[in-house]
Design a protein around this ligand. Structure first.
Ligand SMILES: [Fe+2]
Length: 299
């Protein structure tokens, strides 16, 4: 059997504002645009991967929060209306997504063998979180590839960032092994922002870009530091500084997706491509690609 491979890894954040500003037919509210820097970044990411062949998108979302272990979507199809609990005025999205249940189960089984607590989610009425949907839409608006969707085990809230990271590094390793054994080609995606201190009020016109900026200089400095590490191939330093970054920048890396992603990519020492950076209600968001296809993979 042919060996599978991870063809690319991405950091692909999910503020619902991006979908709102795109005005796709699936979303009920309409916008006059906004957050173009990030939406152009997503365009560049899609363009960059348009010639790369892959079978499945594997995503870990911080907004599917599970307190007992890691869960995986475990049915082939999910269709429903997703409403953002914080921004119902911006995001009421009719989703229709396919799941690669075989690969999900393979990752689940390997994680279980490695001693992690895991569960397949097989409730047909389960409502998929908006993080998965926003990243899914912005990465692949046609929704023409199946996904593996992995929950965020809240071990950073229950224990500490260090405990979370240790578990996510293990989950990343087994995710990688399962993909290679599956014979499939996968893109792996962490759906999270960087600094995550946000404004507590919304401007009258949500897409009024004259109101959009980073919440503080300290948040900006942290974002630029992490971006510099990604662009210069120093991902081990990100892993090393993850506890400080997560705590000081209130970063959305607390959900584990970022640590998991770097682990699936074996902590890259080659430069990532920054496709875009911008703020959304004051949070820092980077769209980043690790072009594994340019490097030897699956050996
Ligand atoms: Fe979020």
């Amino acid at each position: 059997m042919t060996k599978g491979e991870i063809v690319a890894g991405c950091l692909a954040p999910h503020p619902p504002h991006l979908v709102y500003a795109e005005n796709p037919p699936q979303n009920e509210p309409t916008a006059e645009g906004g957050w173009e820097q990030l939406r152009w970044g997503y365009e560049r990411l899609r363009e960059s991967l348009s010639d790369i062949d892959y079978d499945v998108i594997v995503v870990l979302s911080p907004h599917w929060q599970t307190y007992i272990g890691t869960h995986f979507l475990g049915l082939p199809h999910f269709k429903n209306l997703s409403v953002d609990p914080v921004f119902p005025n911006l995001f009421r999205y009719n989703y229709d997504l396919d799941v690669d249940v075989d690969l999900a189960k393979q990752i689940h089984d390997k994680a279980e063998q490695a001693g992690l607590t895991v569960k397949m989610m097989t409730n047909p009425d389960f409502r998929v979180d908006y993080g998965t949907i926003t990243t899914g839409h912005m990465f692949n608006p046609k929704w023409d590839k199946p996904m593996v969707v992995i929950s965020s085990n809240r071990s950073s809230a229950y224990y500490s960032v260090d405990v979370m990271q240790e578990m996510m590094i293990e989950l990343g390793k087994v995710t990688r092994e399962a993909i290679i054994e599956s014979g499939k080609k996968a893109v792996v995606i962490a759906s999270n922002s960087l600094s995550h201190r946000h404004f507590t009020t919304e401007s009258e016109v949500p897409e009024d870009m004259s109101k959009e900026h980073i919440t503080s200089h300290a948040m900006h400095l942290w974002d630029m530091r992490i971006i510099d590490y990604m662009r210069s191939g120093q991902c081990q330093r990100i892993i090393d500084e993850m506890p400080e970054f997560t705590e000081q920048a209130i970063a959305e890396s607390d959900g584990g997706a970022f640590s998991w992603l770097l682990s699936t990519l074996e902590v890259p020492d080659y430069p990532a491509i920054l496709h875009g950076y911008g703020t959304i209600i004051g949070t820092g968001n980077a769209i980043v690609e690790w072009p594994v296809y340019k490097h030897k993979e699956g050996e």
